[in-house]
Design a protein around this ligand. Structure first.
Ligand SMILES: C[S@@+](CC[C@H](N)C(=O)[O-])C[C@H]1O[C@@H](n2cnc3c(N)ncnc32)[C@H](O)[C@@H]1O
Ligand code: SF4
Ligand code: SF4
Length: 349
């Protein structure tokens, strides 16, 4: 963190990355209604998984630049070699902090990965299987399997040594059931994080004008102070209350596509194709991470100033914790949930 503070003091926004987010595959087995990039309905347009050795090569290049890795997708458990990817990332590449985010529906087929993970994040917005099945666009039994997997693998946390976290997308539709979700997490010894639903990389309009939403975020702050297992800094939750602009430093958490393309400086700007970013640097075509990172900076320049459209925790939390080290220290000293896992590399996206 210190070298990045020096960079910030010099107005250098091309910060050293803290965690890489690797899209193991673009394929998914569910159809969540709010998912803008992935889902079974879009599998034909999204990247297919690479063979194991190529994935390991990409991860090896990433490991040269950082020791924290976040595996996402699409649905990571649809990669045919996901078990080997996780175990080899831990044992061969020795990622110090290895996290996987999943929809949880196939977890029971991959129990072996649990011994390699430091954090297991499962996406869940409500604990009633019927509305959850509608949100994920799947029949009721799929939602029931997800819920039963969550209960089962929550109970195995101490056996395998991973920390399990529920990541919830806040929508106007699930807000009324959020208290029972919190209760569920409490009962099952789960941490829980919240991100507002994004629409075209902005918070959904109905949330921005909803007092029910802002009251709920205030309530989260109060519950956290009383010891609730909420994984989100005060700084992040306060930012969420009124969608307060914040300084975004996307270089802290670079994203890499299944085929090894680096999405620079962040996915929204890379996809916008307006010259502020792109995906011309590929991990399979560079010698090492330092070369890739330098090339990206040379090609696209500094990440922009005053860009703060994205309020998902994966974008905002690392930026806030980097810019406010005293807030990070306060979290660590004050809250057991924030002590349990590293907030500055928590990027559930
Ligand atoms: C894209 S998914 C990929 C990993 C895995 N398939 C899963 O669902 O956990 C990563 C996270 O993004 C969240 N997400 C998807 N669409 C979103 C949106 N429009 N706004 C905010 N979060 C979203 C999901 O709920 C999930 O927690
Ligand atoms: S949120 Fe995850 S599970 Fe749902 S469609 Fe998107 S990638 Fe698939
Ligand atoms: S706010 Fe969003 S679009 Fe802007 S720099 Fe951050 S991640 Fe990129």
């Amino acid at each position: 963190m210190l070298p990045n503070l020096v960079k910030l003091a010099r107005s250098d926004r091309h910060l050293d990355p803290r965690v890489a987010i690797y899209y193991v595959t673009g394929q998914c087995n569910l159809n969540c209604i709010y998912c803008e990039d992935f889902g079974a309905r879009r599998n034909g347009n999204n990247q297919r998984p690479l063979p194991l050795e190529q994935v390991m090569h990409i991860l090896g290049i990433i490991r040269g630049g950082m020791d924290a890795l976040f595996l996402t997708g699409g649905e990571p458990f649809t990669h045919p070699d996901i078990d080997s990817i996780v175990l080899r990332a831990k044992t061969e590449l020795q990622f110090k902090e290895l996290t996987l985010i999943t929809n949880g529906s196939l977890l029971h087929l991959h129990e072996v990965v649990l011994q390699g993970l430091d954090r297991l994040v499962i996406s869940l917005d409500c604990t009633d299987p019927l509305p959850w099945s509608k949100i994920i666009g799947m029949p009721l039994p799929t939602a029931q399997t997800i819920l039963s997997n969550i209960r089962k693998y929550a109970a195995l946390q101490s056996k395998y040594g991973y920390r399990m976290i529920i990541n919830t997308v806040l929508t106007p539709e699930v807000l009324p059931a959020a208290p029972s979700l919190l209760e569920f997490c409490f009962e099952n010894q789960l941490l829980v994080s919240f991100s507002p639903q994004a629409v075209n990389n902005w918070p959904r309009y109905e949330l921005a004008v909803s007092t029910e939403y802002s009251n709920f975020i205030h309530e989260l702050l109060l519950l956290k102070q009383k010891g609730a297992p909420i994984l989100g800094s005060d700084a992040y939750l306060q930012t969420l209350c009124a969608f307060q602009p914040y300084d975004c430093y996307p270089a802290l958490a670079p994203r890499i596509y299944p085929d090894g393309d680096l999405s620079y400086p962040c996915r929204p700007l890379e996809k916008a194709g307006n010259g502020q970013g792109g995906r011309d640097v590929n991990m399979l075509h560079v010698q090492d991470w330092a070369t890739a990172w330098k090339l990206a900076r040379q090609t696209y320049g500094q990440p922009p100033r005053s860009c703060h459209s994205c309020f998902q925790q994966c974008y905002a939390e690392p930026s806030l914790m980097q810019a406010q080290p005293l807030a990070l220290l306060h979290e660590w000293l004050r809250y057991p949930a924030s002590r349990e896992t590293n907030l500055s590399t928590y990027t559930p996206g």
